[in-house]
Design a protein around this ligand. Sequence first.
Ligand SMILES: NC(=O)C1=CN([C@@H]2O[C@H](COP(=O)(O)OP(=O)(O)OC[C@H]3O[C@@H](n4cnc5c(N)ncnc54)[C@H](O)[C@@H]3O)[C@@H](O)[C@H]2O)[C@@H](O)CC1
Ligand SMILES: Nc1ncnc2c1ncn2[C@@H]1O[C@H](COP(=O)(O)OP(=O)(O)O)[C@@H](O)[C@H]1O
Ligand SMILES: [K+]
Length: 479
Amino acid sequence: MLTAYTADQVRDAERELMARVPEGSLMQIAATGLAAVCARLLPSVYGARVALLVGSGDNGGDALYAGARLAARGARVEAVLAGSRTHEAGLAALLEHGGRIADESALDAADLIVDGLVGIGATGALREPYAALARRAGEADALVVAVDVPSGVDAGTGEVAGAAVRAHVTVTMGACKTGLLVDPGAGFAGALEFVDIGLGPHLPDADTGALTGADVADLLPRPVAESDKYRRGVVGIVAGSESYTGAAVLAVGGALRAGAGMVRYAGTSAPVAQVRAAWPEAVITELDGPDLGGVGRVQAWVLGPGLGTGGFARELAAQVLASDVPVLVDADALTLAAGERALLRRTAPTLITPHAGELSRLIGVPGARIEAARLEHARRAAAELGVTVLLKGSTTVVAEEDRPVRVNRTGTPWLATAGTGDVLAGVAGALLAQGLSCYDAGSCAAYVHGVAGRLAADGVPLVTTDVVAAIPEAIRSLG
Ligand SMILES: NC(=O)C1=CN([C@@H]2O[C@H](COP(=O)(O)OP(=O)(O)OC[C@H]3O[C@@H](n4cnc5c(N)ncnc54)[C@H](O)[C@@H]3O)[C@@H](O)[C@H]2O)[C@@H](O)CC1
Ligand SMILES: Nc1ncnc2c1ncn2[C@@H]1O[C@H](COP(=O)(O)OP(=O)(O)O)[C@@H](O)[C@H]1O
Ligand SMILES: [K+]
């Protein structure tokens, strides 16, 4: 599990640790690690042109000491001092090893830019001249390495309120910061490198976490000798309609490929015909009216993809949501719930899987604001609605009250194509039926779905049926 922390959590831990170690030693460890990453990125340190963006705090101090180390190895290091103050000892070290102070034109000629404008001490949007320097760094041809966090990205939330440095690599000190995992901030951070400064024992419970492949492999249920199809988990799927038949096929496919013992599909004649043709494994109930009485027992339901929002759909949604088993609520069922919140008041666990637009309707916040502050709104929806929230998008976040938010980064923008959400719903529903909690089912499903998306795309456009087909390989790749 990769764990991440807010700026306040890291600062408190640093304070505790600093009281036990010689003054300045943590910064030396941080700068040594930073310089090592920079050296690795450069074809040759000797003769390389390095520009340091130096703010007034310790983030600038890290950059200056790292710059001093690179200068000592023959790099031409120039420091652009942006703040009203500068870390004095760091600057002295740089000058001593042959670095010099320069104006911002140093950025244009640099092979490598080190962003030490602000780190976890930042408040609000970047002010001038920092903002202009961040923009100019973005226009330069150089490799950009951010110190701790890309300046302009909120370390605790990933929000970006104005200009921000777009880094190729972020070297984060002591502990990963939440803002490096969650978009839009994650998109500015590039590849993450971690420098251990010994903070581990002083850190509190994580603010956020990201499952690794090994974590997902451990969590995914596997059949044992005593397994039978019922005990492995029966998932019921109420999806698709006369107008939207594909959603049913995709959700059923996702559920089957994710290892459900049995998938029971219930729908009207058109989606039933498609599901029957695509998935002979599914057990099908063709509905004449809005009554799920004949479907049989299930351990979890998937409700909503392509279902429609009329009276028939509403009736089915009400029956599923009145059940005493976990329910995954997606797509049209979320629209129904937005108009009738009482539908989500249940005693059994509920996992909702909105994209920003659907969450917008549920909590009455504009979609753009949700995209800009994904963590805040996923958490808020979980608290307000009393459900587990899987908020889809470029980084998927899974929020449940009183638990660290799980962030998934395995996806690819190629997944932004119609129907991939239906597959995700099927996968997560199958995991719920196999006994995983909403929290684990949502985060494992997002992980596997993201890997399947990458395997299916492999640099070229994917169609959603490719994602379904790639699920076995995605699960196999977990190790
Ligand atoms: N204290 C330590 O021992 C260690 C500190 N570390 C480094 O220190 C950093 C934190 O240092 P600081 O607490 O000094 O804070 P920062 O260096 O992150 O930033 C604080 C400074 O930036 C200015 N500032 C804040 N918000 C701004 C904005 N929006 N626009 C322009 N200027 C702004 C403030 O006026 C202040 O002078 C970490 O991110 C990390 O890089 C690491 O070296 C690990 C060890
Ligand atoms: N830019 C992106 N990068 C990575 N994944 C994305 C991106 N945009 C969308 N996705 C993923 O693609 C899927 C789209 O689901 P959804 O919006 O419900 O579409 P649909 O309703 O057409 O199935 C989700 O799993 C989402 O996380
Ligand atoms: K920085």
